[in-house]
Design a protein around this ligand. Sequence first.
Ligand SMILES: NC(=O)c1ccc[n+]([C@@H]2O[C@H](COP(=O)([O-])OP(=O)(O)OC[C@H]3O[C@@H](n4cnc5c(N)ncnc54)[C@H](O)[C@@H]3O)[C@@H](O)[C@H]2O)c1
Length: 276
Amino acid sequence: MRGFEGKVAVVTGAGSGIGRALALELGRSGALLAISDVDVQGLAETEAQLKQIGAPVKADRLDVAEREAFLLYADAVQAHFGIVHQIYNNAGIAFTGDVEDMAFKDIEKVMDVDYWGVVNGTKAFLPYLIASGDGHVINVSSLFGLLAVPGQSAYNSAKFAVRGFTEALRQEMLTKQRPVAVTCVHPGGIKTAIARNATAVEGLDPKELAKQFDSKLANTTAERAAEIILTGVQKKHARVLVGADAKILDLIVRITGSGYQRLFSTMMGKLVPGSH
Ligand SMILES: NC(=O)c1ccc[n+]([C@@H]2O[C@H](COP(=O)([O-])OP(=O)(O)OC[C@H]3O[C@@H](n4cnc5c(N)ncnc54)[C@H](O)[C@@H]3O)[C@@H](O)[C@H]2O)c1
């Protein structure tokens, strides 16, 4: 793809799924990569594939929820490449369970990774992105950052928060005329390990939930998702919807307003794993 030649791009959660597909497509497009993950084995595989492509790559274990580590990491990436243009705050986890059944710590864990991970990455890299003169923050929310469904309150909270944070940041960058584009990404169901890596409240079987997600909801490949996201980045779009499901459901929410909740509590309950 055009427009990424010579760009230094940071991708979190690059050891699997969308993160790996983004890193590889960026590498093929001439970008230099700083990739990270908590899963060092998955990360090493992505690193090896990038080396095969011939893309310069710096790979590090990083837990996006660890703020101090993220700040040090940003300094290290800047020191390594001398400049940083783009950050893809992509790392994320999923958790299924009703509010009644969840412990506070279950909700906090999702917020720590899916929301604070994005805030940590954005704040840590923003000064460097501004200094580059051509920066871009790409934050991965979800279709579930546009609509809520039963059984996903923790994930919904984090992904709605990512959207609010990202949309405010975009306006700040515009108002202050900072050279930083900001894009919020809302994927629908993507064929990745997300559901297989997910956890759930006691009484729900994560393996069964993953089976349902993989067979019923994940329709877009990670590679296609990466292409759609990078096209949106090229065009500096504010919002990128990934997949027909994301587009259709976004439209339904905009047409029905809060009415979608009545519709989905019956309809989505049958589709979304664990949501009754
Ligand atoms: N797959 C989907 O259907 C879908 C839909 C909407 C949004 N998303 C979002 O896309 C992003 C990527 O997910 P994916 O589908 O590729 O899932 P995935 O499980 O295949 O990949 C996520 C990666 O993030 C890493 N990760 C988890 N916790 C981390 C942490 N604390 N620090 C660093 N890395 C961590 C995992 O090890 C994994 O390699 C996530 O933010 C997810 O919420 C996915």
